[in-house]
Design a protein around this ligand. Structure first.
Ligand SMILES: [Zn+2]
Length: 306
């Protein structure tokens, strides 16, 4: 594996336009991005979907990186083929192997500038903690969700998603671009510190750990019977109390929040436009504070040290 090379992906979802706009600027003028001396590969994740301004053409590229899909020759959807191409080029055993993948996304939810980490790989946690120490960004830790698997960064030795919102699909705004760049530069600064063996992690990593996803109430034929309640719109990262209005019916009545687990009260990805088809109106997290282990920074350094 080539040590130290970092893959930066934009437009894994073709209608998330901010990061690919930035990526084009960085390609034209590399000095615009503070790369901290790292060797970067800048790549459009799904060029065909990007050209069509659609999230995907055949299936969600960011759910295609499941080993069973990638190795099953009966799957020839365009996004599965693209996933195989990205791995053949930039995967750990690819032609231009990268040790780390940073996947840049935007969301219609008011997530602000945030990080998504999949599971508990020590190197990922080191990267998240390093960015959190630099910018204070919240971390959504996604795990134990059999309905949502096959994320791009999971196929690289380390990586995470930078998720910025709210911004409508298809729209580029300076605010979202600026936040995206700040988070990426903090990630690259963290990786450069790890690569030189001088990464200092904070004492603790604050995480919002995924517990469950909640769908809209629906009729038997799948028709939604309510929308998100207006009091919940753009209230990501703000805890819910039992009884808080969650959904809104056309007659003006509200359906309240009734938690299975009172601690799983921290909502994220509220009313994300792309998640309607996945049956997700919001996801619920527990908020936890984890002690950073020295082994995390060592794991990340191992991937990056020359
Ligand atoms: Zn996305």
């Amino acid at each position: 594996m080539a040590q130290g090379r970092v893959l930066v992906v934009a437009a894994t979802h073709g209608n998330e336009r901010n990061a690919p706009w930035l990526l084009e600027q960085w390609r034209r003028s590399p000095q615009l991005l503070a790369a901290a001396g790292l060797e970067l590969q800048l790549e459009i994740g799904n060029p065909e979907a990007f050209a069509a301004n659609r999230r995907y053409l055949d299936r969600d590229l960011n759910r295609c990186f499941r080993p069973d899909l990638l190795t099953d020759a009966s799957h020839q959807e365009r996004e599965v083929q693209r996933a195989r191409m990205l791995l053949a080029e930039y995967g750990p055993d690819g032609r231009q192997p990268c040790a780390v993948a940073i996947d840049l996304h935007s969301t219609t939810s008011a997530m602000g500038n945030s990080l998504v980490v999949y599971g508990r790989r020590p190197a990922d946690l080191a990267l998240a903690a390093g960015i959190q120490a630099r910018l204070g960004l919240p971390v959504y830790l996604h795990e134990a969700d059999p309905a949502q698997t096959g994320f791009l960064v999971e196929r690289w030795p380390a990586g995470l998603v930078i998720e910025v919102g709210p911004v409508p699909q298809g729209l580029v705004t300076a605010t979202i671009c600026r936040q995206t760049q700040l988070a990426l530069e903090a990630a690259l600064d963290t990786l450069a510190a790890a690569a030189s063996g001088r990464l200092c992690l904070p004492q603790r990593l604050q995480v919002h750990r995924h517990q469950a996803s909640v769908d809209l109430p629906r009729a038997a034929d799948g028709t939604p019977l309510a929308t998100l309640h207006p009091a919940r719109q753009h209230q990501d990262w703000r805890p819910l109390q039992a009884g808080d209005a969650l959904f809104w019916h056309a007659d003006g009545s509200a359906l309240g929040f009734s938690p299975d687990d009172p601690e799983a009260c921290w909502p994220v990805f509220i009313n994300e436009a792309a998640y309607g088809e996945k049956g997700i109106a919001l996801s619920l997290c527990r908020r936890e504070s984890w002690v950073c282990s020295p082994g995390w920074a060592e794991a990340l350094a191992e991937l990056l040290l020359p």
